[in-house]
Ligand binder design. Structure first.
Ligand code: PLP
Length: 299
């Protein structure tokens, strides 16, 4: 799905460092670490009319990523929460909103890789946009397998939610050229890792299966779906999955804050056929929608 420009975002206010600015003035320095090395961490967070979804889980992951990257002078959780709430209030945003929350290592005194050049503290960006879930979750998506591998802890640990997204972007380019909606990425051993921007699940013989979070982001939606499935009495397996298993699965879907639950109807030209007609994806999706409300922080 190619996202479209939304007029409602023309004059939004964006939080940059310590204040709100108009979209046209929402800029960071060319000396900022994110410009020089993708040296930043981020979260994609959804806002429903009931509040900000899974806010503390997102902030936990953000802080973990910043700690793993040895950032210093990271804004406090209260500061970040206030910045998020102030941004949403200033834009009168209540629903159908997606926040791209970023903390960069900050501005450098001169260009270079060394984090000791960052003496000015982190840069916080709260970019809240009007953005309903980005996939057509009724129709679903068609995916292809990319030749680009998803990072494992062997090179760049996917448990850091960092801004160095080049390998996921290269995978997405392959999907675009193949006229597919998204790209499936494998791990170093050829097992499923995740898609370029979402986690992946399959259903086979009523069992819900997803890759271990070794070479994929430990997605917040992913974790919730596992919790919901277990509560519904669905057997869940986290294990290595081969492409053959995906091709012959009964159902498959992606999860993420951008698009919630998105059915996959085709992988590498193979149609996913629900021979059991149980539609576990719909059951999980409906439960997710109901439960999401309980995970919202009002502002
Ligand atoms: C590569 C990747 N996988 C999966 C996800 C989904 O994670 P979550 O459910 O926490 O939004 C994201 C979201 O940013 C992502 O970038």
């Amino acid at each position: 799905m190619l996202q479209k420009y939304d007029d409602r975002n023309a004059s939004i206010k964006v939080w940059v460092k310590d204040k709100l600015v108009d979209r046209k003035n929402a800029m960071i320095s060319v000396f900022d670490s994110s410009v020089q090395g993708g040296d930043a961490v981020w979260e994609g967070i959804r806002v429903y009319s009931q509040g900000v979804f899974c806010l503390d889980r997102h902030l936990d992951r953000l802080e973990d990523s910043a700690r793993a990257m040895a950032f210093s002078d990271v804004p406090t959780r209260d500061f970040i929460k206030n910045a998020i709430f102030a941004t949403l209030r200033a834009n009168e945003m209540i629903d159908q909103v997606h926040i791209r929350l970023t903390i960069t290592r900050g501005e450098k005194i001169t260009s270079g890789m060394d984090p000791r050049l960052n003496t000015l503290g982190c840069t916080l960006i709260v970019l809240a946009e009007w953005k309903p879930p980005v996939y057509d979750n009724d129709k679903g998506i068609k995916i292809i397998t990319s030749t680009i591998r998803r990072n494992s802890p062997m090179n760049l640990d996917s448990k850091i939610h960092h801004n160095n997204l080049i390998n996921n972007i290269l995978a997405k380019i392959q999907a675009n050229h193949a006229n597919a909606d998204d790209a499936l990425m494998l791990d170093n051993y050829g097992f499923l890792a995740e898609m370029n921007g979402t986690n992946i699940f399959l259903v086979k013989d009523n069992i819900l299966v997803t890759p271990l979070p070794d070479a994929c982001l430990h997605g917040i939606t992913r974790a919730l779906i596992i919790e919901i499935a277990k509560d519904l009495g669905i057997v869940v397996q986290e294990r290595n999955i081969s492409l053959t298993e995906l091709y012959s699965s009964d159902e498959a879907f992606g999860t993420g804050s951008m698009g919630e639950l998105t059915p996959i109807f085709e992988v590498d030209g193979r149609k996913i056929i629900d021979r059991r007609k149980n539609n576990i994806t719909s059951t999980l999706s409906a439960s997710f929608k109901k439960l999401a409300i309980d995970y919202c922080t009002k502002f």
